[in-house]
Every structure is written in structure tokens, then in C-alpha cells.
Design a protein around this ligand. Structure first.
Ligand code: CP
Length: 309
């Protein structure tokens, strides 16, 4: 049976732990000084062909999957959606069927339709990697977030993490709520009521925070979410400056975060002046760029898990 990481609910804890442990090994090798060890990594997926099919824009996920694949010796092929026959009306499945005939071993797909990866998966025998589908899920981001937390906390039961912001549109939040819960991490949420999905309201595992005071008192990690303006019509927030005042890490909140040594996370890309201020970049417990870098090692481990059988 082909493996997949698309449904974090179904992925076993032992498989997740072995992916994350492998990511740690990859990090040590890639950052280490031993060129032979780095070259040896290229044996792992030597000869594999991986197609990057991004129907929605990306910097981190796309580039880190490509770097990850190349670190393991795979060849990557980018589907340029804007110049492809998709613009002439070719369907998504027909497009991928074409690439399948070019002997691809895996498709890494991002798309703006929620749930579409499971639909694509049913058409193909090769592994389909979910690189983010609409507001539904972003499993590789949640795995790299968990990896980043494991580097900071020896004991994950000591973590209390609050997810702040646009939860309703966030695939990162949905995947993290599943994964963090699976690992027993206490998870809270803090958002305007309009940006919190009603179907999560009854979950006994999610604790809703009413104000920053509560968030700062209870959390040792704050995960900010990007305001997903491209998925909003209107009516979700009054103004960006009002959102920043009540739900953003403004000057006063940043001062309190720094005083308490709380870790700050954000999947990126960041909207400065809305979720957070540029000045937060110099804060030592800001993990945003560590998350970015860890994306490479976790995605190397994911590709090995899916393709090296
Ligand atoms: N976090 C994330 O998915 O970023 P990109 O959209 O740049 O891939």
C-alpha cells in the first residue's frame, strides 16, 4: 500500500516520531562539515523524479521541498501553471496524468481547493504530497512546527501553545490542532469570533482565550497566523489596524512576550503591522526563520518516508 502523510489523524505516532528523528539526522548531516556524508545523502532518492505542482503561490513550501528533494539526489520538475495547458481548460487530473506518463515518482501539490488532495490521491498509485490545500490542511508545515518545538522542549508535555489569528482560513491551524493534540500538547486559540470556525467550538480539546492577558499567562509558545486576505470577501475584521491593536503582537504585547521569554512562531509569509511588528525579528525567541529552515530537513524525511521503500 502506498504511504501518505496527507491525513495526520491517520498517521501513526511511531511513523511521525521516525520522520522527525530522521529530520534531526538530516539536519546534523546537512549542517555538518562532512562533505562525504552530505554526498551520500544523494543515494537515498537517486533516480527519482518529483513533480512540483503549485496551483497556488508559495515560497517556503515549494523551495524547501525542491531543496529537500535535491539534497536526497532526486530530480525535480516544476509545473509552471501559468504557462501550462491548465490555462486552456485542461483539468487537474488530466494535467497530472500527463506528468505521470513522464515517469514521475511523486507529485507535490498545492491547490486552493480544500480537500482536493484526497480527491487527486484516489486517481494515482504514486504518492501525492499535500503542500497545502485551501483552508483544509498543510501537514508538512505542522510536522516542521512540531519538529521546531521538539528542538526547544525536551518534554512536550511542558508546552502550552496558543494559536492566534485567522483560524477559519488557516490550513496550518487545522493541521497543527490535530498534530499537537496527538502529542499531548496543550493547545489554546485566540481570535476574533468571526475568524474562528464554528465547527471547532464544541471541541473539548480546544480552549478559547478571551484576551492577551490570558494568552500571556498560560502560554509558553504563541503561534501567530497570517491574515489570509486572499480568502476573505469582507466582514471578517473591521480594519487591519484594529485587528493589530486587539489581536496582533503590537509594541506592548511584544514587550510582555519578551519579558516572559515566550517563543513566537509564524508559518509565514508575515503581514507586518497586522499579526506582528518588524521589530519582533530581533527577539531571540522568535522561531520564524528556524521554522523556515527546519522545513528542509522535515521535508527530506517526508520524501524519504514516501519514496525510498
Ligand atoms: N508556510 C507556508 O506555507 O509558506 P509558503 O506559502 O511560502 O509556502
Amino acid at each position: 500500500m502506498k504511504r501518505n502523510i496527507n491525513d495526520l489523524e491517520k498517521l501513526s505516532i511511531s511513523d511521525i516520531q521516525s520522520i522527525l528523528s530522521r529530520a534531526s539526522e538530516f539536519k546534523k548531516i546537512v549542517k555538518g562539515a562532512n562533505k562525504v556524508e552530505v554526498l551520500n545523502l544523494k543515494e537515498i532518492l537517486c533516480g527519482s523524479k518529483i513533480a512540483l505542482c503549485f496551483f497556488e503561490n508559495s515560497t517556503r513550501t515549494k523551495m524547501s521541498f525542491e531543496v529537500a528533494a535535491k539534497n536526497l539526489g532526486a530530480d525535480t520538475f516544476n509545473l509552471d501553471v501559468q504557462t501550462s495547458s491548465v490555462t486552456k481548460g485542461e483539468t487537474l487530473i488530466d494535467t497530472l496524468k500527463v506528468l505521470e506518463r513522464y515517469q514521475m515518482d511523486s507529485f507535490i501539490v498545492r491547490h486552493n481547493q480544500s480537500g482536493i488532495i484526497n480527491y487527486i490521491d484516489s486517481y494515482f498509485d504514486l504518492p501525492i504530497v499535500n503542500a497545502g490545500d485551501g483552508t483544509h490542511s498543510h501537514p508538512s508545515q505542522a510536522l516542521l512546527d512540531l519538529f521546531t518545538l521538539r528542538e526547544k522542549f525536551d518534554d512536550l508535555s511542558k508546552v502550552t501553545l496558543t494559536i492566534v489569528g485567522d483560524i477559519i482560513h488557516s490550513r496550518v491551524a487545522k493541521s497543527n490542532l490535530i498534530l499537537l493534540n496527538k502529542f499531548g500538547i496543550k493547545t489554546h486559540v485566540f481570535s476574533p469570533a468571526t475568524l474562528f470556525p464554528y465547527y471547532l467550538e464544541w471541541s473539548s480539546k480546544i480552549h478559547y482565550m478571551n484576551n492577551w492577558g490570558q494568552v500571556l499567562e498560560e502560554s509558553n509558545v504563541i503561534m501567530l497566523l497570517r491574515m489570509q486576505k486572499e480568502r476573505m470577501a469582507s466582514g471578517y475584521i473591521s480594519t487591519e489596524s484594529e485587528y493589530h491593536r486587539y489581536f496582533g503582537v503590537n509594541n506592548e504585547i511584544l514587550r510582555l512576550v519578551q519579558e516572559s521569554g515566550i517563543f513566537l512562531m509564524h508559518p509565514g509569509p508575515v503581514n507586518y503591522g497586522i499579526e506582528i511588528l518588524n521589530s519582533a525579528n530581533s527577539y531571540q525567541n522568535n522561531l520564524i526563520l528556524e521554522q523556515v529552515e527546519n522545513g528542509i530537513y522535515v521535508r527530506m524525511a517526508i520524501l524519504e518516508y514516501l519514496l525510498s521503500e
